[in-house]
Ligand binder design. Sequence first.
Ligand SMILES: [Ca+2]
Length: 426
Amino acid sequence: MKSGAVAVLAAASLAVVACGTAGPERPVSTVTPEATATSGQVVPPSLPTGSFEAYLEEMKARAMAEGVSAEAAQSALTGLVPNTRVMELDADQPEFTRPVWVYLANAVSERRIADGAAMRASWRGQVEGAARRYGVDPDVIIAIWGLETDYGGNLGGFNVIESLATLGWKGRRADFWRSELIAALKIVDAHDISASGMMGSWAGAMGHTQFMPSTFLVHARDGNGDGKRDIWTSLDDVFSSTANYLSAHGWKTGQPWGFEVKLPRSFAYETADITVERPLSHWIAQGVTRMNGATLSGPGLAATDSASILLPAGHRGAAFIVFNNFRTILKYNNSTSYGLAVGYLSDRISGGAAIAGSWPVDEPVLSIDQRKELQRELNRLGFPVGTPDGVIGKRTRAALREWQLSVGIIPDGYPTLAILEQMRAS
Ligand SMILES: [Ca+2]
C-alpha cells in the first residue's frame, strides 16, 4: 500500500468514484485508492495537552477491564512514546484525487498482473485450498493481496501498538483508534503475535492483507493449524483469513464480481450508479451487452440476480456491470475504484481481457476546492446537496444528475470542469 501520502480519511473524503456511503472506519484495510497524486500541505498536528503517560495508564486500565491480562497490557504499553510521523500522516490532507484510469493503471499494472500470476502459481495449493474451504474465488484473494501490500512486498514499517496509541492520544477520531488499540492488545494477549512483532501501516492495518485489529479478532483464521493466527508470516493464515472475511461478508460462490459492458445509445444514464440495483434481466432488457455484443447472462448468474451499472469516469469512460460479489469486495474497502481494481486484477491474473473502453484522459480532475464550488453552485441553482465538503457522494451525484437533466445533458452524475463552468455561467 501507499503509505506516504495516504490519509486514513482520504477514501471517505475524496472520491469522484467512491460509493458515497464510505464511513471513515475502514473495516479492513487502510489503502486509499483515491489517494492523492499530489498531496496537500502537511499541517503540523497541534501539540496534545494531556500527558501521553497518563493516557497510557488510562488505556492499560481500560484494556484490563476488557479482559486483557495485566502482563500483556503493561508490557505492550509501558515505555511507549508517541510517533510524530504517525501524527503528521494523520494530519495530511490530500488536495487532489487521481482519476480512476490513473488509479487503475497503477493498481493493475502489467508488472502487478505478472507478479500476481506468478504468485498464484507459486501458492496454488494454499490459495485454492483456502478458497475452496470458504467458497470464494482464489484469484480475488490474490488480487486483494496484490492491492493491499503488493503481495507482501510492503507490509508497512510501523509498530501497530505504537501507531494506534499515538492516534488514540490525539488523532482525529480518538475513540476509533482507542478501540483498535484495545483490540490489538487482545491479539497480543492471545499470543498470536508479540507486541513488537505487530507491524503494519501507520494507521494500524496489519499483515499481508491489512486487517485492522478489530477485524483480525473476528475474522482472522489459523490456516496452517499451528494454533496461531499469523497474517504476517504464514500465507496459509493470510489466505484463510482473507477468504473467511469475504465469505462472512456474503460472497456468492461461483458468481462473477462483474465485467465490462457496452451500453445502448438510448441508455438511461441516471440509472448508472452503485445505489441503483436492478435484476440482471432489467439490464438485458435495456440493451446492455457484453463488450462483444453477447448477452449478459453467463455462468453463475441468474436473471433475478441484482446488479448495478457503474460509470466510474462518467459517460465518456468505460462501463461495468457489478454483482453481489463486488459489494462484498467493497466491504474490504468501500471505494468503487478499489472494488474495480480488485475485480479487474483478479481477471487479468487469470488471463482475462484488458478493459476495452476508453477513458476521458483529456478531462482535468477537479480539485477539492472546485468540487466544493460545484456543490455551492448546485445549492445556488436549487439542487441542494447540504454543506459543501468536496465529497462527491450519493447526494451530490443525485443532485448533479437532476441538474444535468434540467439543462438537457447526459445525466451521468460525473463532475467535470465543463459542467462547473456551465454552472458558473447560468
Ligand atoms: Ca497459523
